[in-house]
Design a protein around this ligand. Sequence first.
Ligand code: ADP
Ligand code: MG
Length: 471
Amino acid sequence: MDKNQVWEAVLKRLSEKISRMEFHTWFKKIHISEISGGSVLLNCPTEMNKNWLENKYYTVILSNIKAILPEIEKLFFKVDLTLADKPSSNPQIFESEKKSPRKLPNRPEVRLADGLESRIIHSKFTLKNFIVGDENQLAHAACTAVAEAGLKEKKKYSPLFIYGGVGLGKTHLLQGTANEIIRRHPNATIIYTTAERFMNDIVKAIKERKGDEFRKKYRRVDALIIDDVQFFEGKEKTQEELFNTFNDLYEFNKQIIFSADRPPSSLVQISDRLRSRMGWGLSVDVQMPGYETRIAIVQAKIKELELFLPADVQEFIAANSRRNLRELENILHKISAELELSQVSPTVQSVGKIFRKLNPEEDLITASETQTGLAKSPDDIITLVSEYFQIPATELLGSSRKQEIVFPRQIAWLLCKDILKMSFDAIGRDFGGKNHTTIIHGIRKVSSLSRKDSATARHIHALKKDLGIKK
Ligand code: ADP
Ligand code: MG
């Protein structure tokens, strides 16, 4: 075995032990330059790469070399800057990695009337790569149900109306739904468009006296998806066209999907008849994901970007992206660009600087502040819940079964679990010596209630806010 073969065998072993992303980032350009006297010299393309291997991967590399050459006792590393510009000497190993399922399939040809919006559907938006949390679960489930329904099936959710603030995933969901319908029904005709483009199309058609053609195009579809319909406010002529299109599609049992920054009822400058139709089917909102969901989103996005970030940096980004997910993506792209230039591994400090540049007036918080806020002990939670619901703390700790006591008590348990990460046993002990099964049952009850009942969800949200949790 020559040294290249040894390294190839080692890489194969490592590729199974190290995450794909890390493997790609740190091992692609490495090669063995020397094997002698019980040691191996590895060449690295950059100083940073060398440091990472030395500090983080020394043991795992050594043990995997030893598996092939048992006499090896030591590793040495050297920077060879010329490697940076050369292709990997083991392209097959890294190439085959690329075929991993993460790569999205190319979007199948969409059969669309000429000139319509197939171009603006991105294959990168899918329902699968949409990270689901409590805050967007319903919207995602509705989109999935719509995408899974047969084209001829009676439409349960039409129109489907998805609403929520900027950068919370509405476009992702709409395009993901379009992509999924196309995947299941390659012959389906779908129009995805934005309200603005829809209007421009109409204006153009009318100018060119092609109004009939326009109407035919839109009425031939299996699904009509229009993003950001708040744009229609005040545009009366366009609303009228949409109203007519809507009626035809609805009558022929076609799927209609809208998104907006508000629920239909708040779209005040839309005619009553169109507004009421927008609300005929199912309306669901998307909200800003909480910290846990954001961590999952950060992890999914850095995988896509093939970016390696230490866990503390990931947490810091999730903690501080509190307003919208576009901002979160923005930060990751900036980090990725800076990393390419400087080759210095990102730290909480360096990422903090990027945040500050983007939002000079916002205070940055650490990940642990996000999670615990001001609550340091169950007492803090008991005090707050008792003030909030105006019931004595002793009642919270007692065993009254009156609903007006049981409900706040269970909410307090839930907060202890969520925020302080207390065990069920510990919560039981601190709440007057209750059995852990009582606690489990109680927490389950309120948390399932909070998913169905918006008043409960609001109470929990308000309490968390009072505790300074900046989720
Ligand atoms: P909106 O249309 O509501 O303004 P977008 O759909 O454009 O928001 O979302 C902004 C960015 O955040 C997109 O790149 C999208 O992929 C990403 N994003 C939003 N929600 C999620 C999610 N739940 N999982 C993964 N990515 C998300
Ligand atoms: Mg959008």
